[in-house]
Design a protein around this ligand. Structure first.
Ligand code: DGL
Length: 278
Protein backbone atom coordinates (compact mmCIF):
# COMPACT_ATOMS: atom_id res chain seq x y z
CA UNK A 1 0.00 0.00 0.00
CA UNK A 2 1.30 3.47 -0.88
CA UNK A 3 0.49 6.46 1.25
CA UNK A 4 -1.87 9.00 -0.39
CA UNK A 5 -0.05 12.26 -1.20
CA UNK A 6 -1.32 15.68 -2.21
CA UNK A 7 0.65 17.19 -5.09
CA UNK A 8 -0.33 20.77 -6.02
CA UNK A 9 -3.56 20.23 -4.16
CA UNK A 10 -4.41 17.12 -6.18
CA UNK A 11 -4.44 13.85 -4.30
CA UNK A 12 -2.21 11.11 -5.67
CA UNK A 13 -3.41 7.72 -4.66
CA UNK A 14 -2.27 4.32 -5.79
CA UNK A 15 -4.47 1.93 -7.77
CA UNK A 16 -3.19 -0.91 -5.58
CA UNK A 17 -4.52 0.78 -2.42
CA UNK A 18 -7.67 -0.65 -0.79
CA UNK A 19 -11.26 0.56 -0.99
CA UNK A 20 -12.68 1.73 2.34
CA UNK A 21 -16.27 0.59 2.99
CA UNK A 22 -18.18 1.45 6.13
CA UNK A 23 -21.45 0.93 7.95
CA UNK A 24 -22.80 0.91 11.49
CA UNK A 25 -22.64 -2.90 11.65
CA UNK A 26 -23.00 -5.93 9.40
CA UNK A 27 -25.36 -4.30 6.87
CA UNK A 28 -22.57 -2.88 4.73
CA UNK A 29 -21.38 -6.43 4.12
CA UNK A 30 -24.18 -6.66 1.54
CA UNK A 31 -22.24 -4.01 -0.39
CA UNK A 32 -18.96 -5.87 0.24
CA UNK A 33 -20.53 -9.04 -1.13
CA UNK A 34 -21.57 -7.23 -4.32
CA UNK A 35 -18.12 -5.59 -4.60
CA UNK A 36 -16.35 -8.94 -4.18
CA UNK A 37 -18.43 -10.43 -6.98
CA UNK A 38 -17.84 -7.57 -9.39
CA UNK A 39 -14.31 -6.52 -8.42
CA UNK A 40 -12.58 -9.70 -7.22
CA UNK A 41 -9.07 -8.19 -7.22
CA UNK A 42 -9.86 -5.13 -5.12
CA UNK A 43 -8.74 -5.17 -1.51
CA UNK A 44 -11.40 -3.98 0.95
CA UNK A 45 -10.98 -2.37 4.35
CA UNK A 46 -14.35 -2.67 6.05
CA UNK A 47 -15.40 -0.77 9.15
CA UNK A 48 -18.50 -1.81 11.14
CA UNK A 49 -19.25 0.27 14.22
CA UNK A 50 -20.69 -2.66 16.16
CA UNK A 51 -20.35 -0.88 19.51
CA UNK A 52 -22.75 1.88 18.46
CA UNK A 53 -25.19 0.18 16.05
CA UNK A 54 -28.03 1.03 15.35
CA UNK A 55 -27.40 4.50 13.96
CA UNK A 56 -30.79 4.95 12.33
CA UNK A 57 -32.60 5.99 15.50
CA UNK A 58 -29.96 8.58 16.50
CA UNK A 59 -29.76 12.30 15.74
CA UNK A 60 -28.15 13.67 12.57
CA UNK A 61 -25.51 15.38 14.70
CA UNK A 62 -24.48 12.16 16.45
CA UNK A 63 -24.47 10.14 13.23
CA UNK A 64 -22.35 12.78 11.48
CA UNK A 65 -19.80 12.70 14.31
CA UNK A 66 -19.52 8.91 14.04
CA UNK A 67 -19.25 9.04 10.24
CA UNK A 68 -16.39 11.57 10.40
CA UNK A 69 -14.52 9.48 12.95
CA UNK A 70 -14.73 6.38 10.73
CA UNK A 71 -13.77 8.40 7.64
CA UNK A 72 -10.61 9.64 9.34
CA UNK A 73 -9.75 6.11 10.45
CA UNK A 74 -10.00 4.76 6.89
CA UNK A 75 -8.21 7.74 5.31
CA UNK A 76 -5.27 7.17 7.67
CA UNK A 77 -5.02 3.74 6.04
CA UNK A 78 -4.70 5.33 2.59
CA UNK A 79 -7.85 4.06 0.96
CA UNK A 80 -8.20 5.11 -2.69
CA UNK A 81 -11.99 5.31 -2.58
CA UNK A 82 -14.57 5.58 0.20
CA UNK A 83 -17.93 3.86 0.00
CA UNK A 84 -20.58 4.86 2.51
CA UNK A 85 -22.32 1.48 2.70
CA UNK A 86 -24.94 2.87 5.05
CA UNK A 87 -27.97 4.80 3.90
CA UNK A 88 -28.30 6.48 7.28
CA UNK A 89 -24.80 7.99 7.16
CA UNK A 90 -25.22 8.82 3.48
CA UNK A 91 -28.52 10.57 4.22
CA UNK A 92 -27.27 12.86 6.95
CA UNK A 93 -23.46 12.95 6.70
CA UNK A 94 -22.50 12.61 3.02
CA UNK A 95 -21.31 16.22 2.77
CA UNK A 96 -19.30 16.05 6.00
CA UNK A 97 -17.55 12.88 4.78
CA UNK A 98 -16.92 14.35 1.32
CA UNK A 99 -15.47 17.52 2.92
CA UNK A 100 -12.93 15.42 4.82
CA UNK A 101 -11.96 13.16 1.95
CA UNK A 102 -9.34 13.84 -0.71
CA UNK A 103 -10.36 10.60 -2.47
CA UNK A 104 -13.74 9.99 -4.20
CA UNK A 105 -16.73 9.20 -2.00
CA UNK A 106 -19.60 7.04 -3.24
CA UNK A 107 -22.80 6.40 -1.39
CA UNK A 108 -25.64 3.92 -1.54
CA UNK A 109 -28.45 6.49 -1.78
CA UNK A 110 -27.29 7.91 -5.10
CA UNK A 111 -26.86 4.34 -6.38
CA UNK A 112 -30.28 3.14 -5.17
CA UNK A 113 -32.10 6.24 -6.42
CA UNK A 114 -30.65 5.85 -9.91
CA UNK A 115 -31.62 2.18 -10.06
CA UNK A 116 -35.14 2.86 -8.74
CA UNK A 117 -35.85 5.73 -11.14
CA UNK A 118 -34.73 3.49 -14.00
CA UNK A 119 -36.87 0.56 -12.85
CA UNK A 120 -40.31 2.08 -12.20
CA UNK A 121 -42.95 1.96 -14.92
CA UNK A 122 -45.90 3.30 -12.93
CA UNK A 123 -43.81 6.11 -11.40
CA UNK A 124 -44.82 5.06 -7.91
CA UNK A 125 -41.92 3.97 -5.70
CA UNK A 126 -41.86 2.80 -2.10
CA UNK A 127 -38.82 3.46 0.07
CA UNK A 128 -38.14 1.70 3.35
CA UNK A 129 -35.26 2.71 5.62
CA UNK A 130 -34.23 3.76 9.10
CA UNK A 131 -36.02 6.69 10.79
CA UNK A 132 -32.98 8.95 10.15
CA UNK A 133 -32.90 8.09 6.44
CA UNK A 134 -36.63 8.49 5.93
CA UNK A 135 -36.93 11.77 7.85
CA UNK A 136 -33.96 13.23 5.93
CA UNK A 137 -35.97 12.90 2.69
CA UNK A 138 -32.69 12.09 0.95
CA UNK A 139 -34.22 9.36 -1.25
CA UNK A 140 -37.05 11.58 -2.44
CA UNK A 141 -34.54 14.29 -3.41
CA UNK A 142 -32.23 11.82 -5.13
CA UNK A 143 -35.06 10.10 -7.06
CA UNK A 144 -36.64 13.43 -8.06
CA UNK A 145 -33.28 14.54 -9.45
CA UNK A 146 -33.82 11.78 -12.05
CA UNK A 147 -37.56 12.33 -12.57
CA UNK A 148 -39.69 14.78 -10.62
CA UNK A 149 -42.93 13.11 -11.75
CA UNK A 150 -42.25 10.03 -9.62
CA UNK A 151 -44.43 9.66 -6.52
CA UNK A 152 -42.60 8.36 -3.46
CA UNK A 153 -44.10 6.59 -0.47
CA UNK A 154 -41.71 6.18 2.44
CA UNK A 155 -41.81 4.09 5.58
CA UNK A 156 -39.38 4.04 8.49
CA UNK A 157 -38.74 0.51 9.82
CA UNK A 158 -36.77 0.94 13.06
CA UNK A 159 -37.15 -2.67 14.21
CA UNK A 160 -35.63 -4.32 11.15
CA UNK A 161 -31.96 -3.47 11.82
CA UNK A 162 -31.84 -5.13 15.27
CA UNK A 163 -33.55 -8.22 13.80
CA UNK A 164 -30.90 -8.43 11.06
CA UNK A 165 -28.05 -7.85 13.53
CA UNK A 166 -29.57 -10.79 15.44
CA UNK A 167 -29.26 -12.93 12.29
CA UNK A 168 -33.05 -13.44 12.09
CA UNK A 169 -33.14 -13.29 8.30
CA UNK A 170 -36.09 -15.68 7.99
CA UNK A 171 -37.84 -15.67 11.32
CA UNK A 172 -41.58 -15.39 12.02
CA UNK A 173 -40.99 -12.27 14.14
CA UNK A 174 -39.13 -10.59 11.28
CA UNK A 175 -41.87 -11.60 8.82
CA UNK A 176 -44.63 -10.18 10.99
CA UNK A 177 -42.68 -6.96 11.56
CA UNK A 178 -41.93 -6.51 7.87
CA UNK A 179 -45.56 -7.19 6.88
CA UNK A 180 -46.76 -4.53 9.30
CA UNK A 181 -44.30 -1.92 7.99
CA UNK A 182 -45.06 -2.71 4.35
CA UNK A 183 -48.84 -2.44 4.67
CA UNK A 184 -49.20 1.34 4.10
CA UNK A 185 -46.60 1.39 1.31
CA UNK A 186 -48.17 -1.53 -0.57
CA UNK A 187 -51.59 0.15 -0.32
CA UNK A 188 -50.23 2.85 -2.67
CA UNK A 189 -49.88 0.45 -5.63
CA UNK A 190 -46.15 0.95 -6.03
CA UNK A 191 -44.27 -1.17 -8.60
CA UNK A 192 -40.78 -0.66 -7.12
CA UNK A 193 -39.57 -0.88 -3.53
CA UNK A 194 -36.21 0.56 -2.53
CA UNK A 195 -34.42 -1.31 0.25
CA UNK A 196 -33.09 1.95 1.66
CA UNK A 197 -30.91 0.38 4.33
CA UNK A 198 -27.96 -1.89 3.66
CA UNK A 199 -29.21 -4.31 6.30
CA UNK A 200 -32.39 -5.03 4.32
CA UNK A 201 -30.95 -7.01 1.37
CA UNK A 202 -30.35 -9.74 3.96
CA UNK A 203 -34.13 -9.95 4.21
CA UNK A 204 -34.67 -9.89 0.46
CA UNK A 205 -36.40 -13.27 0.04
CA UNK A 206 -38.70 -12.50 2.98
CA UNK A 207 -39.44 -8.96 1.77
CA UNK A 208 -40.09 -10.19 -1.78
CA UNK A 209 -42.60 -12.71 -0.45
CA UNK A 210 -44.35 -10.07 1.64
CA UNK A 211 -44.38 -7.48 -1.18
CA UNK A 212 -45.49 -9.97 -3.83
CA UNK A 213 -43.81 -11.06 -7.05
CA UNK A 214 -44.96 -8.08 -9.14
CA UNK A 215 -42.97 -5.57 -7.09
CA UNK A 216 -39.36 -4.99 -8.07
CA UNK A 217 -37.01 -4.71 -5.08
CA UNK A 218 -34.08 -2.34 -5.49
CA UNK A 219 -30.99 -3.48 -3.67
CA UNK A 220 -28.64 -0.52 -3.48
CA UNK A 221 -25.72 -2.87 -2.80
CA UNK A 222 -25.74 -4.21 -6.36
CA UNK A 223 -26.24 -0.75 -7.84
CA UNK A 224 -23.36 0.54 -5.70
CA UNK A 225 -20.93 -2.12 -6.93
CA UNK A 226 -21.76 -1.29 -10.54
CA UNK A 227 -21.10 2.42 -9.93
CA UNK A 228 -17.81 1.64 -8.13
CA UNK A 229 -16.70 -0.49 -11.06
CA UNK A 230 -17.41 2.37 -13.50
CA UNK A 231 -15.60 4.91 -11.31
CA UNK A 232 -12.47 2.76 -11.01
CA UNK A 233 -12.44 2.27 -14.78
CA UNK A 234 -12.93 5.99 -15.50
CA UNK A 235 -10.26 7.15 -13.04
CA UNK A 236 -7.73 4.42 -13.83
CA UNK A 237 -7.84 3.37 -10.16
CA UNK A 238 -8.68 -0.30 -10.78
CA UNK A 239 -6.18 -2.57 -9.06
CA UNK A 240 -3.79 -3.92 -11.72
CA UNK A 241 -2.79 -6.86 -9.48
CA UNK A 242 -4.39 -10.19 -10.30
CA UNK A 243 -3.87 -11.89 -6.95
CA UNK A 244 -6.49 -12.72 -4.32
CA UNK A 245 -6.80 -9.67 -2.04
CA UNK A 246 -6.38 -9.81 1.70
CA UNK A 247 -9.51 -8.08 3.03
CA UNK A 248 -9.50 -6.57 6.52
CA UNK A 249 -12.49 -5.99 8.78
CA UNK A 250 -12.49 -3.54 11.68
CA UNK A 251 -15.20 -3.48 14.33
CA UNK A 252 -15.61 -1.55 17.56
CA UNK A 253 -17.01 -4.36 19.72
CA UNK A 254 -17.67 -8.13 19.93
CA UNK A 255 -15.63 -9.22 16.88
CA UNK A 256 -16.59 -12.90 17.11
CA UNK A 257 -20.26 -12.05 16.68
CA UNK A 258 -19.48 -9.94 13.61
CA UNK A 259 -17.34 -12.77 12.30
CA UNK A 260 -20.13 -15.36 12.67
CA UNK A 261 -22.80 -13.27 10.95
CA UNK A 262 -20.26 -11.88 8.46
CA UNK A 263 -19.23 -15.36 7.35
CA UNK A 264 -22.88 -16.25 6.84
CA UNK A 265 -23.40 -13.13 4.71
CA UNK A 266 -20.24 -13.38 2.64
CA UNK A 267 -20.11 -17.17 2.42
CA UNK A 268 -16.41 -17.24 3.21
CA UNK A 269 -14.29 -17.28 6.32
CA UNK A 270 -13.24 -13.93 7.77
CA UNK A 271 -9.81 -14.44 9.21
CA UNK A 272 -8.92 -10.80 9.74
CA UNK A 273 -11.50 -9.21 12.04
CA UNK A 274 -9.75 -6.66 14.23
CA UNK A 275 -11.09 -4.66 17.11
CA UNK A 276 -10.72 -0.87 17.19
CA UNK A 277 -10.78 1.04 20.46
CA UNK A 278 -11.06 4.76 19.80
N1 DGL B 1 -27.19 -0.17 7.50
C1 DGL B 1 -27.53 1.17 7.81
C2 DGL B 1 -28.29 1.82 6.70
O1 DGL B 1 -28.08 1.48 5.56
C3 DGL B 1 -28.16 1.54 9.10
C4 DGL B 1 -28.39 0.67 10.18
C5 DGL B 1 -28.49 1.38 11.50
O2 DGL B 1 -29.57 1.82 11.90
O3 DGL B 1 -27.44 1.44 12.14
O4 DGL B 1 -29.08 2.70 6.91
Amino acid sequence: MTENKAINGVIRTDAANPIGVFDSGVGGLTVVRALMERLPFEEILYFGDTARVPYGIKSAETITGYACQITEFLLRRSVKLLIIACNTMAAVAYQAVANLSPVPVLDVIAAGARAAAGATRTKAIGVIGTPATISSNAYARAIHAHDDQIRIFSQACPLLVPLVEEGWFDHPVTRLTAAEYLKPVLAERIDTLVLGCTHYPLLKPLLQEEAGPEIRLIDSAEAMAAIAEDLLAETGLGNPRRTAPDHRFFVTDVPHRFQTIGEQILGRSLSRVEIVKW
